[in-house]
Write a protein that binds this ligand. Sequence first.
Ligand code: GDP
Ligand code: IMO
Ligand code: MG
Length: 440
Amino acid sequence: MAIQRKTAVILGAQWGDEGKGKIVDVLSERFSVVARYAGGHNAGHTVIIGGKKFVLQLIPCGVLRPGCRGVIGNGVVLDPMAFLSEVKKLREAGLAIASGRDGQLFVSNRAQVILPYHRMIELAAENAPGRTKIGTTSRGIGPAYEDKMHRSGLRVIDLLNTALLRTHIENACHEKNTIAAALFGTAPLDPKAMYEEYARAAEQIAPFVTDTAELLNEVIEKGEKVMFEGAQGALLDIDHGTYPYVTSSSSTAGGAVTGTGVGPNRIGTVIAVTKAYVTRVGEGPFPTEIHDDSATLLRARGQEYGAVTGRPRRCGWLDLPLLRYSNMINGTEWLVVTKMDVMDECAEIPVCTGYKIGGRLTETIPAEMRGFETIQPVYTKLKGWACSTEGITEFERLPKLAQEYLNFMERESGARIGMVSTGPDREQTMTMAAFDAVLA
Ligand code: GDP
Ligand code: IMO
Ligand code: MG
């Protein structure tokens, strides 16, 4: 008999945009609370419900489900303006998004705040000569996490203290304006205007703020179910990703613990979302990147353009050594495979099963960027199914070759496939019986 799991971490297996938003939305039916644990409004999570599209950046996708509560955990960096504009958009779309004790959305009092000087520094530094260009989302994410680790950041609880907020903004603006002018020749920001704008925003955010670690632990103690929603992907993790071409947070499963204040023994299972192929936005290594017409086909069929920045996503074939590595560092138990339908027109599907580095066969993921420069993927070519899988909701009804592709993925990746997605809509999803039983 399946052991039921009360909590689950759901995260991206590679470099983000795997379809986490859609899958969190589908699964949120089974959970009381969905908590975001890392990143900020660099994330873009798309959910399509009956043809209506929502793109969530900071707010967990669970709030789209009546009765499901959303938590923005302490591991998140919160841009107050982005948060308020997202709340407004969701309310305009007809969702209640109530704040307060009996509300639907909660923000950690310990989350760090993104302020305009974080964006200023990031924009200037990204384009400065001699710096490694990461191709960030320009949302101030990196500089905000720098301040957190430097112990000079502002937390949400401090945002609500007007005296502290004023002093913090004055001091920080003095420091950041001086640095930005000296290093990059950037025009200074006005601390007075900034204080007034953020003090006003703080008043609107206050009703959402609470000790979310207490809230989550109480909910778990009561036997209710909690899902931890990851942002970005495991290979963008600050420690485990393709450094320095990463984001600045712990996007791997461990981040769910530090990013929410829930102990590791409370994590029931880890679910990683992967496309049937791979994409990446921004700079950095991508061993299986495609440079021919197949990339154009995948990009067009999969609508592979960034949900936040609109940048075309780089496309590539499934990379099993990287997927196995990702499953290892996350302790992935279940895989969710999205975008099967996007490969419907591929006559042949190469899958990377190993690498050659300097002529030697290996499965080791290089730690140094130099290692990636000479990497040659070794491919096994699988036959494409060359017919439509769009909207299929039962494994047995998939074409045989699509079933074989998924079986191959499962065998080679070391994790079981729990769900398969065959289109962007909530309904275009299949759930395997064993997975269903675990999360029942
Ligand atoms: P996230 O950041 O992981 O939530 O993913 P994004 O929302 O940034 O990107 C995933 C994109 O793929 C979105 O446009 C989704 O609507 C879409 N999508 C998700 N699953 C499927 C699928 O199975 N098939 C197709 N065609 N599109 C999908
Ligand atoms: P979701 O949650 C894809 C990438 C950026 C850049 C690098 C660092 O939608 O999967 P940052 O602004 O975080 O400092 O940028 O990380 N990146 C993402 N790529 N999906 C995301 O989020 C991403 N969030 C950041 O493109 O390469
Ligand atoms: Mg995204």
